[in-house]
Design a protein around this ligand. Structure first.
Ligand code: ASP
Length: 592
Protein backbone atom coordinates (compact mmCIF):
# COMPACT_ATOMS: atom_id res chain seq x y z
CA UNK A 1 0.00 0.00 0.00
CA UNK A 2 2.89 2.36 0.62
CA UNK A 3 6.32 3.17 -0.75
CA UNK A 4 7.86 4.76 2.37
CA UNK A 5 7.35 5.30 6.07
CA UNK A 6 6.80 8.99 6.89
CA UNK A 7 10.04 9.18 8.84
CA UNK A 8 12.03 7.99 5.83
CA UNK A 9 11.20 11.00 3.68
CA UNK A 10 14.08 13.42 3.17
CA UNK A 11 15.97 15.55 0.62
CA UNK A 12 17.31 12.50 -1.23
CA UNK A 13 13.77 11.85 -2.49
CA UNK A 14 13.15 15.30 -3.99
CA UNK A 15 11.02 15.07 -7.17
CA UNK A 16 10.09 11.47 -6.49
CA UNK A 17 6.54 10.30 -6.04
CA UNK A 18 5.93 8.60 -2.72
CA UNK A 19 2.97 7.00 -0.96
CA UNK A 20 2.61 6.87 2.80
CA UNK A 21 -0.04 5.37 5.06
CA UNK A 22 -0.59 6.73 8.52
CA UNK A 23 -2.48 8.92 10.92
CA UNK A 24 -3.27 12.63 10.75
CA UNK A 25 -1.08 14.08 13.48
CA UNK A 26 -2.16 17.65 12.80
CA UNK A 27 -4.23 19.32 10.12
CA UNK A 28 -3.97 23.02 9.42
CA UNK A 29 -6.13 24.96 7.03
CA UNK A 30 -4.09 27.87 5.69
CA UNK A 31 -6.73 29.70 3.72
CA UNK A 32 -7.14 27.49 0.73
CA UNK A 33 -4.15 25.21 1.32
CA UNK A 34 -4.35 22.30 3.76
CA UNK A 35 -1.27 21.11 5.62
CA UNK A 36 -1.37 17.56 6.90
CA UNK A 37 1.26 16.29 9.28
CA UNK A 38 1.16 12.56 8.63
CA UNK A 39 2.49 10.22 11.30
CA UNK A 40 3.44 6.55 11.39
CA UNK A 41 5.75 4.54 13.61
CA UNK A 42 8.81 5.99 11.88
CA UNK A 43 8.11 9.68 12.18
CA UNK A 44 6.12 12.65 10.97
CA UNK A 45 6.19 14.36 7.57
CA UNK A 46 4.39 17.37 6.19
CA UNK A 47 1.99 17.06 3.25
CA UNK A 48 0.50 20.00 1.36
CA UNK A 49 -2.85 19.66 -0.39
CA UNK A 50 -4.04 22.47 -2.63
CA UNK A 51 -7.47 22.96 -4.16
CA UNK A 52 -6.26 22.17 -7.72
CA UNK A 53 -6.46 18.49 -6.84
CA UNK A 54 -10.14 18.68 -6.04
CA UNK A 55 -10.75 15.14 -4.82
CA UNK A 56 -7.59 15.04 -2.70
CA UNK A 57 -8.50 18.43 -1.29
CA UNK A 58 -12.04 17.37 -0.39
CA UNK A 59 -10.71 14.30 1.46
CA UNK A 60 -8.04 16.32 3.25
CA UNK A 61 -10.73 18.80 4.15
CA UNK A 62 -12.85 16.23 5.95
CA UNK A 63 -9.88 14.51 7.59
CA UNK A 64 -9.50 15.16 11.32
CA UNK A 65 -6.92 14.26 13.95
CA UNK A 66 -6.12 10.53 13.94
CA UNK A 67 -7.94 9.76 10.67
CA UNK A 68 -6.13 7.01 8.80
CA UNK A 69 -5.05 8.16 5.34
CA UNK A 70 -3.11 6.97 2.37
CA UNK A 71 -1.44 9.89 0.65
CA UNK A 72 0.52 10.00 -2.58
CA UNK A 73 2.50 12.98 -3.79
CA UNK A 74 5.76 14.45 -5.00
CA UNK A 75 8.57 15.31 -2.59
CA UNK A 76 9.90 18.87 -2.81
CA UNK A 77 12.20 21.07 -0.78
CA UNK A 78 10.35 23.30 1.66
CA UNK A 79 10.44 26.95 0.70
CA UNK A 80 13.25 28.99 2.28
CA UNK A 81 12.28 30.08 5.81
CA UNK A 82 9.78 27.28 6.41
CA UNK A 83 12.36 24.55 6.94
CA UNK A 84 12.54 22.85 10.31
CA UNK A 85 16.03 21.56 11.05
CA UNK A 86 14.79 19.99 14.32
CA UNK A 87 12.72 17.45 12.41
CA UNK A 88 14.36 14.61 10.46
CA UNK A 89 11.90 15.30 7.62
CA UNK A 90 12.00 19.05 8.20
CA UNK A 91 13.76 20.05 4.98
CA UNK A 92 11.07 18.65 2.70
CA UNK A 93 7.34 18.47 2.21
CA UNK A 94 5.17 16.40 -0.08
CA UNK A 95 2.77 18.00 -2.54
CA UNK A 96 -0.15 15.59 -2.34
CA UNK A 97 -1.92 14.38 -5.49
CA UNK A 98 -4.13 11.73 -3.95
CA UNK A 99 -5.58 11.57 -0.48
CA UNK A 100 -7.58 8.49 0.41
CA UNK A 101 -9.40 8.21 3.73
CA UNK A 102 -8.81 4.61 4.88
CA UNK A 103 -10.69 5.13 8.10
CA UNK A 104 -12.23 7.92 10.10
CA UNK A 105 -11.45 8.40 13.80
CA UNK A 106 -13.63 9.65 16.62
CA UNK A 107 -12.22 12.66 18.43
CA UNK A 108 -9.43 11.13 20.53
CA UNK A 109 -9.69 11.42 24.33
CA UNK A 110 -6.53 13.52 24.25
CA UNK A 111 -4.31 15.12 21.64
CA UNK A 112 -1.05 13.23 21.45
CA UNK A 113 1.07 16.29 22.10
CA UNK A 114 -1.17 17.26 25.00
CA UNK A 115 -0.93 13.92 26.78
CA UNK A 116 0.56 15.67 29.82
CA UNK A 117 -2.75 17.41 30.42
CA UNK A 118 -4.66 14.20 31.10
CA UNK A 119 -4.10 11.79 33.97
CA UNK A 120 -2.30 8.51 33.49
CA UNK A 121 -5.65 6.68 33.88
CA UNK A 122 -6.97 8.25 30.70
CA UNK A 123 -3.82 7.28 28.85
CA UNK A 124 -3.93 3.72 30.18
CA UNK A 125 -7.60 3.33 29.32
CA UNK A 126 -6.83 4.29 25.73
CA UNK A 127 -3.36 2.83 25.66
CA UNK A 128 -3.52 2.17 21.88
CA UNK A 129 -3.70 5.92 21.41
CA UNK A 130 -1.06 6.69 24.02
CA UNK A 131 1.24 4.23 22.25
CA UNK A 132 0.99 6.33 19.08
CA UNK A 133 3.12 9.00 20.73
CA UNK A 134 6.57 9.06 19.15
CA UNK A 135 8.27 8.88 22.59
CA UNK A 136 6.35 5.70 23.41
CA UNK A 137 7.14 4.16 20.05
CA UNK A 138 10.80 5.02 20.58
CA UNK A 139 10.87 3.30 23.97
CA UNK A 140 9.25 0.12 22.68
CA UNK A 141 11.52 0.13 19.66
CA UNK A 142 14.53 0.32 21.97
CA UNK A 143 13.05 -2.45 24.07
CA UNK A 144 12.85 -4.63 20.98
CA UNK A 145 16.47 -3.83 20.10
CA UNK A 146 17.55 -4.66 23.65
CA UNK A 147 15.89 -8.07 23.67
CA UNK A 148 17.21 -8.80 20.22
CA UNK A 149 20.75 -7.87 21.27
CA UNK A 150 20.55 -9.99 24.42
CA UNK A 151 19.24 -12.99 22.48
CA UNK A 152 21.97 -12.67 19.89
CA UNK A 153 24.65 -12.47 22.58
CA UNK A 154 23.37 -15.48 24.49
CA UNK A 155 22.82 -17.58 21.36
CA UNK A 156 26.41 -16.80 20.39
CA UNK A 157 27.56 -18.03 23.76
CA UNK A 158 25.78 -21.35 23.23
CA UNK A 159 22.70 -20.68 25.37
CA UNK A 160 19.48 -22.37 24.22
CA UNK A 161 16.17 -20.56 24.35
CA UNK A 162 13.79 -22.98 26.09
CA UNK A 163 10.25 -22.18 27.16
CA UNK A 164 9.02 -23.30 30.56
CA UNK A 165 5.39 -23.69 31.68
CA UNK A 166 3.20 -20.87 32.84
CA UNK A 167 0.59 -23.16 34.35
CA UNK A 168 2.63 -24.79 37.04
CA UNK A 169 3.27 -25.17 40.75
CA UNK A 170 4.37 -22.34 42.99
CA UNK A 171 7.99 -21.23 42.63
CA UNK A 172 8.72 -19.19 45.72
CA UNK A 173 10.49 -15.87 45.21
CA UNK A 174 9.03 -14.18 48.23
CA UNK A 175 5.74 -12.92 46.80
CA UNK A 176 2.16 -14.20 46.75
CA UNK A 177 1.19 -16.50 43.90
CA UNK A 178 -1.35 -15.89 41.20
CA UNK A 179 -3.53 -18.98 41.17
CA UNK A 180 -5.48 -20.53 38.31
CA UNK A 181 -8.24 -23.01 39.15
CA UNK A 182 -8.18 -26.33 37.38
CA UNK A 183 -11.41 -27.47 35.74
CA UNK A 184 -10.27 -31.04 35.28
CA UNK A 185 -9.00 -31.42 38.85
CA UNK A 186 -11.76 -30.03 41.00
CA UNK A 187 -10.50 -27.98 43.92
CA UNK A 188 -6.90 -27.87 42.63
CA UNK A 189 -5.00 -24.87 41.41
CA UNK A 190 -2.10 -24.06 39.19
CA UNK A 191 0.21 -21.25 40.24
CA UNK A 192 1.67 -18.85 37.70
CA UNK A 193 5.47 -18.90 38.08
CA UNK A 194 7.09 -16.17 40.15
CA UNK A 195 10.12 -17.09 38.03
CA UNK A 196 11.19 -20.10 35.96
CA UNK A 197 13.65 -20.94 38.74
CA UNK A 198 12.78 -24.59 39.30
CA UNK A 199 12.37 -25.41 35.63
CA UNK A 200 15.69 -23.89 34.69
CA UNK A 201 17.35 -25.95 37.40
CA UNK A 202 15.60 -29.07 36.07
CA UNK A 203 16.88 -28.22 32.58
CA UNK A 204 20.38 -28.30 34.05
CA UNK A 205 19.69 -31.71 35.58
CA UNK A 206 18.50 -32.73 32.10
CA UNK A 207 21.90 -31.71 30.73
CA UNK A 208 21.06 -28.66 28.60
CA UNK A 209 24.06 -26.94 30.12
CA UNK A 210 23.23 -23.40 29.01
CA UNK A 211 19.66 -22.07 29.02
CA UNK A 212 18.04 -18.68 28.61
CA UNK A 213 14.53 -17.40 28.21
CA UNK A 214 12.91 -14.02 28.04
CA UNK A 215 10.21 -15.07 30.43
CA UNK A 216 7.06 -13.61 31.94
CA UNK A 217 6.98 -13.83 35.73
CA UNK A 218 4.00 -13.24 37.98
CA UNK A 219 4.11 -11.91 41.52
CA UNK A 220 1.12 -10.77 43.48
CA UNK A 221 2.81 -8.28 45.73
CA UNK A 222 2.35 -4.82 47.06
CA UNK A 223 2.65 -2.47 44.15
CA UNK A 224 3.70 0.52 46.21
CA UNK A 225 7.05 0.58 44.52
CA UNK A 226 7.42 0.71 40.78
CA UNK A 227 6.42 -2.91 40.20
CA UNK A 228 4.11 -4.80 37.93
CA UNK A 229 2.21 -8.02 38.74
CA UNK A 230 3.53 -9.51 35.51
CA UNK A 231 6.95 -8.55 34.34
CA UNK A 232 9.69 -9.89 32.13
CA UNK A 233 13.00 -11.47 33.06
CA UNK A 234 16.01 -12.36 31.02
CA UNK A 235 16.45 -15.69 32.73
CA UNK A 236 19.79 -17.50 32.50
CA UNK A 237 21.19 -20.75 33.89
CA UNK A 238 24.37 -22.74 33.20
CA UNK A 239 26.03 -25.90 34.48
CA UNK A 240 29.60 -26.57 35.61
CA UNK A 241 30.20 -22.90 36.31
CA UNK A 242 31.56 -20.81 39.16
CA UNK A 243 30.21 -17.48 40.38
CA UNK A 244 32.95 -15.80 38.36
CA UNK A 245 31.82 -17.55 35.17
CA UNK A 246 28.24 -16.38 35.48
CA UNK A 247 29.28 -12.89 36.50
CA UNK A 248 31.71 -12.54 33.65
CA UNK A 249 29.27 -13.84 30.98
CA UNK A 250 26.45 -11.58 32.13
CA UNK A 251 28.70 -8.56 32.68
CA UNK A 252 29.94 -8.95 29.12
CA UNK A 253 26.37 -9.22 27.93
CA UNK A 254 25.38 -5.94 29.59
CA UNK A 255 28.59 -4.25 28.49
CA UNK A 256 27.99 -5.24 24.87
CA UNK A 257 24.35 -4.25 25.09
CA UNK A 258 25.19 -0.73 26.26
CA UNK A 259 27.84 -0.47 23.62
CA UNK A 260 25.64 -1.63 20.74
CA UNK A 261 22.42 0.10 21.68
CA UNK A 262 23.50 3.29 23.46
CA UNK A 263 27.09 3.61 22.30
CA UNK A 264 28.11 3.72 25.95
CA UNK A 265 31.30 2.14 27.28
CA UNK A 266 30.40 1.06 30.83
CA UNK A 267 33.17 1.48 33.42
CA UNK A 268 34.57 -1.49 35.35
CA UNK A 269 32.13 -3.33 37.64
CA UNK A 270 33.64 -3.22 41.12
CA UNK A 271 32.63 -5.95 43.57
CA UNK A 272 31.39 -5.02 46.98
CA UNK A 273 30.28 -7.27 49.79
CA UNK A 274 26.73 -6.93 51.00
CA UNK A 275 28.08 -5.98 54.42
CA UNK A 276 30.19 -3.13 53.02
CA UNK A 277 27.32 -1.90 50.87
CA UNK A 278 25.05 -1.70 53.91
CA UNK A 279 27.69 -0.04 56.09
CA UNK A 280 28.83 2.51 53.55
CA UNK A 281 25.61 3.21 51.67
CA UNK A 282 22.82 1.79 53.82
CA UNK A 283 21.62 -0.18 50.81
CA UNK A 284 22.26 -3.45 49.00
CA UNK A 285 21.89 -1.56 45.72
CA UNK A 286 24.07 1.47 46.25
CA UNK A 287 24.01 4.28 43.74
CA UNK A 288 27.73 4.81 43.24
CA UNK A 289 27.21 7.91 41.12
CA UNK A 290 26.79 9.80 44.39
CA UNK A 291 30.02 10.51 46.28
CA UNK A 292 28.45 10.43 49.77
CA UNK A 293 29.03 7.70 52.34
CA UNK A 294 27.78 6.73 55.75
CA UNK A 295 30.40 6.61 58.49
CA UNK A 296 30.04 4.37 61.51
CA UNK A 297 30.30 6.21 64.80
CA UNK A 298 28.91 3.62 67.20
CA UNK A 299 32.16 3.47 69.14
CA UNK A 300 32.21 7.25 69.71
CA UNK A 301 28.55 7.52 70.60
CA UNK A 302 28.73 4.76 73.18
CA UNK A 303 30.47 7.30 75.36
CA UNK A 304 28.09 10.24 75.09
CA UNK A 305 25.52 11.33 77.59
CA UNK A 306 22.76 11.49 75.03
CA UNK A 307 20.40 8.51 75.13
CA UNK A 308 19.15 9.02 71.58
CA UNK A 309 22.65 8.16 70.38
CA UNK A 310 24.15 6.08 73.17
CA UNK A 311 21.10 3.78 73.27
CA UNK A 312 21.41 2.48 69.68
CA UNK A 313 25.23 2.65 69.87
CA UNK A 314 25.18 0.20 72.76
CA UNK A 315 22.33 -2.00 71.47
CA UNK A 316 23.19 -5.12 69.56
CA UNK A 317 20.82 -4.40 66.72
CA UNK A 318 21.43 -0.62 66.80
CA UNK A 319 23.50 1.65 64.66
CA UNK A 320 24.64 5.27 64.75
CA UNK A 321 25.88 6.59 61.43
CA UNK A 322 26.98 9.97 60.14
CA UNK A 323 26.47 11.33 56.64
CA UNK A 324 28.70 14.27 55.77
CA UNK A 325 27.64 16.49 52.91
CA UNK A 326 30.45 18.75 51.74
CA UNK A 327 29.24 22.33 51.39
CA UNK A 328 25.91 21.40 52.99
CA UNK A 329 26.09 24.03 55.74
CA UNK A 330 24.21 26.33 53.40
CA UNK A 331 21.12 24.08 53.47
CA UNK A 332 18.24 26.09 54.89
CA UNK A 333 16.22 25.19 57.93
CA UNK A 334 13.28 24.52 55.64
CA UNK A 335 15.24 21.97 53.61
CA UNK A 336 16.50 20.28 56.77
CA UNK A 337 12.91 20.09 58.03
CA UNK A 338 11.92 18.49 54.76
CA UNK A 339 14.71 15.93 55.09
CA UNK A 340 13.56 15.21 58.63
CA UNK A 341 10.10 14.43 57.31
CA UNK A 342 11.62 12.37 54.52
CA UNK A 343 13.61 10.08 56.84
CA UNK A 344 10.43 9.73 58.91
CA UNK A 345 8.93 7.75 56.00
CA UNK A 346 11.55 5.11 56.73
CA UNK A 347 10.82 5.02 60.41
CA UNK A 348 13.51 7.44 61.66
CA UNK A 349 12.29 9.41 64.67
CA UNK A 350 14.29 12.51 63.82
CA UNK A 351 17.28 13.84 61.95
CA UNK A 352 20.11 15.33 63.99
CA UNK A 353 22.70 17.53 62.32
CA UNK A 354 25.81 19.63 62.86
CA UNK A 355 26.79 22.50 60.60
CA UNK A 356 30.52 23.15 60.50
CA UNK A 357 30.84 26.91 60.11
CA UNK A 358 34.42 27.41 61.26
CA UNK A 359 36.24 24.33 62.40
CA UNK A 360 39.23 26.21 63.77
CA UNK A 361 36.96 27.72 66.43
CA UNK A 362 36.14 24.31 67.95
CA UNK A 363 32.67 23.97 69.47
CA UNK A 364 32.07 27.67 68.92
CA UNK A 365 32.40 27.19 65.20
CA UNK A 366 29.67 24.54 65.08
CA UNK A 367 25.97 25.08 64.81
CA UNK A 368 23.76 22.26 65.99
CA UNK A 369 20.93 21.39 68.35
CA UNK A 370 22.81 18.33 69.65
CA UNK A 371 26.48 19.23 69.83
CA UNK A 372 26.25 20.15 73.49
CA UNK A 373 25.56 16.50 74.30
CA UNK A 374 28.72 15.21 72.71
CA UNK A 375 31.43 17.72 73.43
CA UNK A 376 33.75 14.92 74.64
CA UNK A 377 33.82 13.22 71.23
CA UNK A 378 33.13 16.02 68.80
CA UNK A 379 36.72 16.57 67.63
CA UNK A 380 37.16 12.87 66.99
CA UNK A 381 33.87 12.83 65.14
CA UNK A 382 34.85 15.74 62.91
CA UNK A 383 38.18 14.07 62.15
CA UNK A 384 36.51 10.79 61.32
CA UNK A 385 34.18 12.30 58.74
CA UNK A 386 36.92 14.69 57.59
CA UNK A 387 34.70 17.72 58.17
CA UNK A 388 35.69 21.03 56.62
CA UNK A 389 34.26 24.52 56.93
CA UNK A 390 30.93 24.70 55.16
CA UNK A 391 29.99 21.04 55.61
CA UNK A 392 26.93 19.58 57.27
CA UNK A 393 26.81 16.23 59.06
CA UNK A 394 23.52 14.37 59.39
CA UNK A 395 23.02 11.56 61.89
CA UNK A 396 20.93 8.44 62.04
CA UNK A 397 20.58 6.56 65.32
CA UNK A 398 18.13 3.69 65.69
CA UNK A 399 17.84 0.02 64.86
CA UNK A 400 20.44 -0.70 62.18
CA UNK A 401 17.73 -1.59 59.66
CA UNK A 402 16.01 1.78 60.14
CA UNK A 403 19.28 3.75 60.04
CA UNK A 404 20.32 1.98 56.86
CA UNK A 405 17.03 2.54 55.11
CA UNK A 406 16.56 6.12 56.23
CA UNK A 407 20.14 7.35 55.82
CA UNK A 408 20.57 5.34 52.61
CA UNK A 409 17.50 7.02 51.16
CA UNK A 410 18.60 10.45 52.42
CA UNK A 411 21.96 9.96 50.73
CA UNK A 412 20.23 9.29 47.41
CA UNK A 413 17.82 12.18 47.90
CA UNK A 414 20.62 14.67 48.66
CA UNK A 415 22.63 13.33 45.73
CA UNK A 416 19.71 14.10 43.45
CA UNK A 417 18.73 17.43 45.08
CA UNK A 418 22.27 18.82 44.92
CA UNK A 419 23.03 17.07 41.64
CA UNK A 420 26.17 15.49 43.02
CA UNK A 421 26.42 12.79 40.36
CA UNK A 422 29.98 12.10 39.35
CA UNK A 423 29.28 9.54 36.60
CA UNK A 424 26.52 8.85 34.16
CA UNK A 425 26.66 5.10 34.72
CA UNK A 426 27.89 3.38 37.87
CA UNK A 427 27.57 -0.43 37.76
CA UNK A 428 28.74 -2.85 40.44
CA UNK A 429 28.33 -6.37 41.75
CA UNK A 430 27.12 -6.93 45.26
CA UNK A 431 28.34 -10.28 46.64
CA UNK A 432 28.51 -12.27 49.89
CA UNK A 433 24.88 -11.85 50.84
CA UNK A 434 23.64 -13.41 54.05
CA UNK A 435 21.80 -16.65 53.37
CA UNK A 436 18.77 -15.68 55.48
CA UNK A 437 17.10 -12.69 57.02
CA UNK A 438 15.10 -12.77 60.20
CA UNK A 439 11.56 -11.47 60.23
CA UNK A 440 10.27 -9.66 63.32
CA UNK A 441 9.35 -12.98 64.99
CA UNK A 442 12.80 -14.53 64.74
CA UNK A 443 11.77 -16.73 61.80
CA UNK A 444 14.30 -16.96 59.01
CA UNK A 445 13.45 -16.44 55.38
CA UNK A 446 15.76 -16.70 52.36
CA UNK A 447 17.32 -13.45 51.24
CA UNK A 448 17.13 -14.65 47.63
CA UNK A 449 15.18 -17.91 47.27
CA UNK A 450 15.49 -21.27 49.02
CA UNK A 451 17.50 -22.86 46.18
CA UNK A 452 20.49 -20.55 46.64
CA UNK A 453 23.68 -22.37 47.63
CA UNK A 454 25.25 -21.38 50.94
CA UNK A 455 28.97 -20.71 51.08
CA UNK A 456 29.44 -23.30 53.82
CA UNK A 457 28.76 -26.96 54.63
CA UNK A 458 25.32 -28.23 55.74
CA UNK A 459 26.75 -28.71 59.24
CA UNK A 460 28.05 -25.16 59.51
CA UNK A 461 24.78 -23.87 58.08
CA UNK A 462 22.77 -25.76 60.68
CA UNK A 463 25.06 -24.62 63.49
CA UNK A 464 24.65 -20.89 62.78
CA UNK A 465 22.21 -20.15 59.96
CA UNK A 466 21.99 -16.44 60.75
CA UNK A 467 25.73 -16.00 60.14
CA UNK A 468 25.88 -18.01 56.90
CA UNK A 469 26.67 -16.31 53.62
CA UNK A 470 25.28 -17.39 50.28
CA UNK A 471 26.87 -17.76 46.86
CA UNK A 472 24.58 -15.09 45.45
CA UNK A 473 25.39 -11.98 43.46
CA UNK A 474 23.39 -8.96 42.32
CA UNK A 475 24.22 -6.64 39.47
CA UNK A 476 23.40 -3.05 40.36
CA UNK A 477 23.36 -0.03 38.10
CA UNK A 478 22.78 3.54 39.28
CA UNK A 479 21.11 2.38 42.47
CA UNK A 480 18.80 -0.07 40.72
CA UNK A 481 19.08 -3.84 40.96
CA UNK A 482 19.36 -4.95 37.35
CA UNK A 483 19.54 -8.63 38.12
CA UNK A 484 20.43 -11.20 40.67
CA UNK A 485 21.32 -14.84 40.86
CA UNK A 486 23.40 -17.44 42.59
CA UNK A 487 25.00 -20.81 42.43
CA UNK A 488 22.32 -23.34 43.38
CA UNK A 489 22.11 -26.18 45.77
CA UNK A 490 22.64 -29.34 43.73
CA UNK A 491 22.77 -31.72 46.62
CA UNK A 492 19.69 -33.17 48.23
CA UNK A 493 21.06 -33.13 51.79
CA UNK A 494 21.90 -29.46 51.53
CA UNK A 495 18.49 -28.66 50.03
CA UNK A 496 16.73 -30.53 52.83
CA UNK A 497 18.86 -28.71 55.41
CA UNK A 498 17.81 -25.34 53.99
CA UNK A 499 14.14 -26.32 53.94
CA UNK A 500 14.54 -27.47 57.50
CA UNK A 501 16.03 -24.16 58.63
CA UNK A 502 13.21 -22.34 56.88
CA UNK A 503 10.72 -24.38 58.84
CA UNK A 504 9.53 -26.28 55.79
CA UNK A 505 8.95 -29.77 57.22
CA UNK A 506 9.71 -32.95 55.32
CA UNK A 507 6.08 -33.54 54.40
CA UNK A 508 5.60 -30.01 53.12
CA UNK A 509 8.91 -30.10 51.23
CA UNK A 510 7.88 -33.35 49.52
CA UNK A 511 4.49 -31.97 48.69
CA UNK A 512 5.77 -28.71 47.26
CA UNK A 513 9.17 -29.56 45.86
CA UNK A 514 9.28 -33.37 45.76
CA UNK A 515 10.05 -33.25 42.04
CA UNK A 516 13.10 -31.04 42.67
CA UNK A 517 14.36 -33.16 45.55
CA UNK A 518 13.96 -36.26 43.39
CA UNK A 519 15.78 -34.64 40.50
CA UNK A 520 18.65 -33.67 42.77
CA UNK A 521 19.50 -37.30 43.36
CA UNK A 522 19.38 -38.33 39.72
CA UNK A 523 22.69 -36.75 38.81
CA UNK A 524 22.27 -32.99 39.23
CA UNK A 525 25.31 -31.08 37.97
CA UNK A 526 26.68 -28.08 39.87
CA UNK A 527 24.89 -25.10 38.34
CA UNK A 528 23.95 -21.50 38.78
CA UNK A 529 22.44 -18.57 36.98
CA UNK A 530 20.99 -15.15 37.10
CA UNK A 531 17.92 -13.23 36.01
CA UNK A 532 17.73 -9.65 34.83
CA UNK A 533 14.58 -7.57 35.09
CA UNK A 534 14.08 -6.61 31.47
CA UNK A 535 11.58 -3.84 32.23
CA UNK A 536 13.93 -2.16 34.66
CA UNK A 537 16.86 -2.51 32.28
CA UNK A 538 14.86 -0.90 29.47
CA UNK A 539 13.69 1.82 31.83
CA UNK A 540 17.27 2.75 32.71
CA UNK A 541 18.44 2.59 29.13
CA UNK A 542 15.59 4.74 27.80
CA UNK A 543 15.71 7.22 30.67
CA UNK A 544 12.06 6.45 31.51
CA UNK A 545 10.93 7.25 35.04
CA UNK A 546 8.64 4.26 35.62
CA UNK A 547 8.53 0.74 34.20
CA UNK A 548 4.97 1.43 33.03
CA UNK A 549 6.46 3.61 30.31
CA UNK A 550 8.39 0.73 28.79
CA UNK A 551 5.63 -1.90 28.97
CA UNK A 552 3.11 -1.79 26.13
CA UNK A 553 0.11 -2.66 28.27
CA UNK A 554 0.95 -2.17 31.94
CA UNK A 555 -1.33 -2.52 34.92
CA UNK A 556 -2.15 0.16 37.44
CA UNK A 557 -0.83 0.38 40.98
CA UNK A 558 -3.85 -1.65 42.08
CA UNK A 559 -2.96 -4.42 39.61
CA UNK A 560 -5.77 -3.78 37.16
CA UNK A 561 -5.85 -3.17 33.42
CA UNK A 562 -7.96 -0.09 32.76
CA UNK A 563 -8.23 -0.82 29.06
CA UNK A 564 -9.60 -4.38 29.19
CA UNK A 565 -11.11 -3.94 32.64
CA UNK A 566 -9.27 -7.02 33.89
CA UNK A 567 -9.64 -8.64 36.34
CA UNK A 568 -13.34 -9.06 35.57
CA UNK A 569 -16.39 -11.03 36.58
CA UNK A 570 -16.96 -14.49 35.22
CA UNK A 571 -20.28 -16.21 34.63
CA UNK A 572 -21.90 -18.45 37.21
CA UNK A 573 -21.62 -21.26 34.70
CA UNK A 574 -17.85 -20.88 34.39
CA UNK A 575 -17.48 -20.83 38.15
CA UNK A 576 -19.54 -23.96 38.49
CA UNK A 577 -17.41 -25.72 35.93
CA UNK A 578 -14.39 -24.78 37.98
CA UNK A 579 -16.03 -25.95 41.17
CA UNK A 580 -15.80 -22.52 42.69
CA UNK A 581 -18.39 -20.79 44.81
CA UNK A 582 -17.71 -17.16 45.64
CA UNK A 583 -18.15 -16.16 49.25
CA UNK A 584 -20.25 -13.09 48.53
CA UNK A 585 -22.26 -14.99 45.99
CA UNK A 586 -22.90 -17.74 48.52
CA UNK A 587 -24.23 -15.18 50.96
CA UNK A 588 -26.46 -13.64 48.32
CA UNK A 589 -27.75 -17.09 47.37
CA UNK A 590 -28.46 -17.94 50.99
CA UNK A 591 -30.53 -14.82 51.52
CA UNK A 592 -32.65 -15.44 48.44
N1 ASP B 1 14.98 -16.72 40.10
C1 ASP B 1 15.70 -15.58 40.59
C2 ASP B 1 14.80 -14.37 40.63
O1 ASP B 1 13.78 -14.33 39.95
C3 ASP B 1 16.88 -15.25 39.75
C4 ASP B 1 17.93 -16.30 39.82
O2 ASP B 1 18.26 -16.72 40.94
O3 ASP B 1 18.41 -16.69 38.76
O4 ASP B 1 15.10 -13.40 41.29
Amino acid sequence: MRSHYCGQLNETLVDQTVTVCGWVHRRRDHGGVIFLDMRDRDGIAQFVVDPDTAEAFANADRARSEYVLRVTGRVRLRPEGTQNPNMPTGMIEVLAKEVEVLNAAATPPFQLDEHGKVGEEVRLKHRYIDLRRPEMIEKLRLRSRISHNVRAYLENQGFLDIETPVLTRATPEGARDYLVPSRTHAGSFFALPQSPQLFKQLLMVAGFDRYYQIAKCFRDEDLRADRQPEFTQIDIEASFVSEDDIMSITEDMIRQLFNDVLDVELPAFPRMTWHDAMQRFGSDKPDLRIPLELTDIDDLMKQVDFKVFSGPANAEDGRVAALKVAGGASLSRKVIDEYTKFVGIYGAKGLAWIKVNERAKGIEGLQSPIVKFMENVVEELLDRVDAKDGDIIFFGADKASIVNEAMGALRVRIGADLDLYTHEWAPLWVVDFPMFEADGNGRLSPLHHPFTAPACSPEALKADPAAALSRAYDMVLNGTELGGGSLRIHDQTMQSTVFDILGIGEKEAREKFGFLLDALHYGAPPHGGLAFGLDRLVMLMTGATTIREVIAFPKTQSAACLMTDAPGDVSAEQLKELNIRLRQKAKADASE
